[in-house]
Ligand binder design. Structure first.
Ligand code: FES
Ligand code: FES
Length: 142
């Protein structure tokens, strides 16, 4: 096991051993968006949820659960740290390359960080579509 963990960057190990923001938010709340994505390459699954301030569009809380490899867990943990306090627009621009760079992921693990990018995008999409249903097409117009 020691030899295997050695292949990982210390930042991956840190997020893997002390993942930030693990858990769930109530997906039935109107201001919670849930993203559930899977990686076809390996079958790993990631769920990421955001709680958004309807007035400001700022992500105030975020939780994840990942059933997957160490890099996928580390990627989701890191992305929760990145998006907290960001607006939906900013969070939607996060690229997997930023995650992969921070965690020094090797090329074969790039799809693990892609999963985290997909998960945040999917959570934003869910929130946005729920909000449209609740408030109608003028939602957000001031
Ligand atoms: Fe199964 Fe990532 S390949 S955990
Ligand atoms: Fe598939 Fe990491 S090996 S998500």
């Amino acid at each position: 096991a020691l030899q295997q963990t050695r292949a990982y960057h210390p930042k991956v190990i840190d997020h893997y051993q002390n993942p930030r923001n693990v858990g769930s938010l109530n997906k039935n709340l109107p201001n919670v968006g849930t993203g559930l994505v899977g990686a076809p390459a390996c079958g790993d699954v990631m769920r990421l949820q955001i709680q958004v301030n309807d007035e400001t569009g700022v992500i105030e809380d975020v939780k994840f659960k990942t059933f997957g490899c160490g890099s996928a867990i580390a990627s989701s943990s890191y992305v929760t740290e990145l998006v907290r306090g960001k607006t939906l627009e900013e969070a939607g621009k996060i690229k997997n390359s930023v995650i992969a760079k921070e965690l020094s992921l090797p090329p074969v693990k790039l799809h693990c960080s892609m999963l985290a990018e997909d998960a945040i995008k999917s959570a934003i999409k869910d929130y946005t579509s729920k909000r449209r249903v609740t408030l109608g097409p003028e939602a957000g117009a001031k």
